[in-house]
Design a protein around this ligand. Structure first.
Ligand SMILES: CCCCC/C=C\C/C=C\CCC/C=C/C(=O)SCCNC(=O)CCNC(=O)[C@H](O)C(C)(C)COP(=O)(O)OP(=O)(O)OC[C@H]1O[C@@H](n2cnc3c(N)ncnc32)[C@H](O)[C@@H]1OP(=O)(O)O
Length: 261
């Protein structure tokens, strides 16, 4: 029996769907998770009644821990390639969506989790000091690909991205608000109602005008990946299967386990 990684609830009266990521313990983005997510986005995109999506998590304290590290460690080049195509597909569907996308970030959101959030149109984060968000790839000894970097530049600008990416910074909610990585903070109990009310403001704009504007802003980066999609896969596989990178991933996973113990 297939496992479900996300719950999708569509409200036909508002035209808004809520996608709840539900893959304990940390909503890590496995090949299967990413595949299911992309299919769900495609279904909603095809549904003419669906105009907006709120992305959130049903796992306590975690929005998403990012890419599933076990999908990149000790795997064959073929598996790594299939995994990376699924990561690309998730981003293409989310960043390229014509729907209004709002991230209700109710927990920590490192790396690929941050990518999902910054691929949305608007971000509201729970104001809890222990939560953090950012692209921390360099801390794992890996490099955020150009389309992660460009998504961040489009969100917070060039200088802040350069600083953030080189140091692999993770921001607490007030810091994330200050740098522009999130648009608004909210208490946990009001997060979803605030997301719905922000959605109503966006729904008031005629779809065609908003969609063309969104596409105008995002198309150049999307086209850049589409033009070199297979080369990007090969680049990832070559990089991630290097002994030195595998060693870094191994050490990082050991560090995560030790932190726990
Ligand atoms: C030279 C040119 C190169 C060009 C570039 C080419 C290609 C690009 C190459 C690579 C790009 C890759 C981009 C990568 C993106 C990513 O997303 S990598 C993943 C990064 N994620 C993280 O760093 C998060 C790590 N996790 C945490 O910090 C914490 O787990 C937490 C999310 C804050 C939650 O903390 P807590 O509640 O305390 O939970 P635990 O730490 O105890 O974790 C519970 C179990 O979950 C396991 N786990 C955590 N995160 C992941 C993960 N991302 N993947 C897989 N598994 C994860 C953790 O180990 C625990 O497992 P056990 O219960 O111990 O078995």
């Amino acid at each position: 029996q297939r496992r479900m990684f996300t719950n999708v609830e569509m409200d036909n009266s508002t035209g808004v769907a809520v996608i709840k990521m539900n893959s304990p313990p940390v909503n890590s983005l496995s090949l299967e998770f990413l595949t299911e997510f992309a299919i769900n986005m495609e279904k909603l995109e095809m549904d003419r009644g669906c105009r907006g999506v709120i992305l959130t998590s049903s796992v306590p304290r975690i929005f998403s821990a990012g890419l599933d590290i076990t999908e990149m460690y000790g795997k064959t080049p073929e598996h790594c390639g299939a995994f990376w195509r699924a990561v690309q597909e998730m981003w293409l569907k989310l960043y390229g969506s014509s729907m209004i996308t709002i991230a209700a970030i109710n927990g920590s959101s490192p790396a690929g989790g941050c990518l999902m959030a910054i691929s949305c149109d608007y971000r509201i984060m729970t104001d809890y000091p222990k939560y953090s968000i950012g692209l921390n790839e360099t801390k794992l000894g890996i490099v955020a690909p150009f389309w992660f970097k460009d998504t961040m530049i489009n969100c917070i600008g060039n200088r802040a991205t350069e600083h953030s990416l080189q140091l692999g910074l993770q921001y607490n909610p007030p810091e994330a608000l200050k740098v522009g990585l999130v648009d608004q903070l909210e208490t946990e109990d009001k997060l979803m109602t605030t997301a719905s009310s922000v959605m109503s403001q966006w729904l008031a704009i005629p779809d065609h005008a908003r969609q063309i504007t969104k596409s105008m802003m995002r198309k150049p980066i999307i086209d850049q990946l589409l033009r070199q999609r297979e080369a990007d896969v090969q680049n990832f596989v070559k990089f991630i299967t290097k002994d030195s990178i595998q060693k870094s991933l191994q050490m990082y996973m050991e560090m995560l386990k030790q932190k726990k113990g």
